[in-house]
Ligand binder design. Structure first.
Ligand SMILES: Cc1cc2nc3c(=O)[nH]c(=O)nc-3n(C[C@H](O)[C@H](O)[C@H](O)COP(=O)(O)OP(=O)(O)OC[C@H]3O[C@@H](n4cnc5c(N)ncnc54)[C@H](O)[C@@H]3O)c2cc1C
Length: 371
């Protein structure tokens, strides 16, 4: 069976590994000259957001034989609002490296792939369709799906990040919600090591935000992060991403084309996590191609998760800094830690995002009516 995979990122490579395990050798096309040839950043994967898996690294290893090594386990997440700092404690998830780094997830996946990767590819999707029985679109954005009329973009974001030097605890990432500085957006710090971390801001490109000066916002956020962490962070590298799309396909598969990773709509709009769904869509599309299970059926819960996450985003956006302070003030309590323990427990079937969606939806409707 002739299968083309367009894009050697995390979803494309995961698809390739799964196809190979089922006796199919795909042809992989990558437009860059090597896997992960882009800026280095740190990303997180939080168990609380990933259903059906609770503890996703052992989950994908045990179930799909995809093996990944994170930077560290996250056992404490610091959440900063305008005037408060709270923590969530427990087995929250993992952090990992991406991009041009020997331990990035894409580099780790490349080592597990046997098929040839054709680098510097200039092939268009239409050409691959003519020459292959199945085409897996894994290009890392919704562009192709949009052109095919199969993508609803809910928002785009502006992202700016930097590698910073300082003193960090690798199991303790930080996130900031401060709408005075980052309207309807957030910032985060994920350590690469005890001496180096990734500091990033992301905010939606809504009309009011487009008028803002990115460098000015960054300056203010950087000062805020230095103040919150009580240290001077030295910037050694930086990157920017404009119009980062958050949206989802109408269909996971059209004829013999499979939409995976961000082409599917892997990014959860709530907090921008997309790696887990990228890996799952990679695996599931391969199952579909091999005729083991229907890709449409497997992808159904992922669509639902996207929709819950969109409700979560609207909920977060509707809060004021004062309401955020109130939420964070109440985080440091044993009930929350116990809830996290229950939700993140490997044997738990509690889906906090799904459970809280009806309440958040009610709140969002009330806020809309009020405005
Ligand atoms: C700054 C930032 C921070 C993030 N943080 C998190 C986080 O903390 N947690 C999380 O879960 N997710 C996070 N995400 C989202 C996550 O990175 C993505 O959801 C995930 O990488 C998508 O995987 P993918 O396989 O779709 O795309 P990618 O892994 O990006 O791979 C796409 C590949 O396709 C190639 N390509 C593109 N066009 C073509 C073409 N025409 N022909 C051939 N090849 C092509 C690209 O070069 C690339 O190699 C973040 C994203 C960004 C930008």
């Amino acid at each position: 069976m002739e299968v083309a995979i367009m894009g050697a990122g995390i979803s494309g490579l995961t698809c390739a590994i799964t196809l190979e395990k089922n006796g199919i050798t795909p042809t992989i096309f990558e437009k860059r000259s090597s896997v992960g040839d882009r800026f280095v950043n740190a990303e997180g994967m939080f168990s609380i957001l990933n259903r059906p898996a609770r503890d996703w690294i052992p989950y994908i290893s045990e179930n799909y034989n995809i093996n990944l090594k994170p930077i560290d386990d996250v056992d404490k997440l610091f959440i900063h609002s305008k005037n408060e700092i709270g923590t969530i404690n427990g087995k929250i998830g993992y952090t990992n490296v991406r991009g041009r780094h020997e331990n990035s997830y894409e580099s780790q996946l490349e080592k597990q792939v046997k098929s040839k990767i054709n680098f510097n590819s200039t092939y268009e999707y239409s050409e691959l369709c003519k020459n292959f029985e199945h085409v897996v679109l894994a290009t890392g954005d919704g562009d192709y799906a949009s052109h095919l009329g199969n993508y609803n973009c809910n928002l785009t974001c502006t992202i700016k990040g930097a590698t910073v030097q300082g003193n960090f605890v690798t199991s303790n990432p930080h996130v900031w919600f401060n709408y005075e500085i980052l309207p309807k957006g957030y910032g985060w710090l994920i350590p690469f090591s005890e001496k180096e971390a990734n500091l990033v801001i992301a905010y939606p490109d809504y009309p009011d935000n487009i008028r803002l000066d990115l460098n000015d916002i960054w300056e203010k956020f950087n000062n805020l992060a230095c103040k919150s962490l009580d240290q001077n962070l030295k910037i050694t590298d930086n990157f920017e991403v404009t119009r980062y799309m958050m949206g989802v396909c109408n269909k996971a598969k059209i004829d013999n084309t499979y939409f995976v990773g961000n082409c599917f709509g892997a990014i959860s709009p709530g907090l921008g996590f997309g790696q887990y769904t990228s890996i799952l869509t990679g695996v599931y599309s391969a199952f579909g191609i091999c005729g083991l299970e229907s890709y449409d059926k497997l992808a159904k819960p992922l669509f639902e998760n996207y929709n819950h996450s969109l409700v979560f985003r609207r909920f977060m956006e509707s809060l004021t800094d004062e309401q955020m302070d109130f939420q964070i003030r109440n985080l440091d309590n044993k009930i929350i830690d116990n809830l996290v323990d229950i939700a993140c427990n490997r044997n738990s079937s509690v889906d906090l995002l799904k459970l809280s969606t009806p309440m958040m939806r009610l709140w969002n409707n009330y806020k809309e009516l009020k405005n």
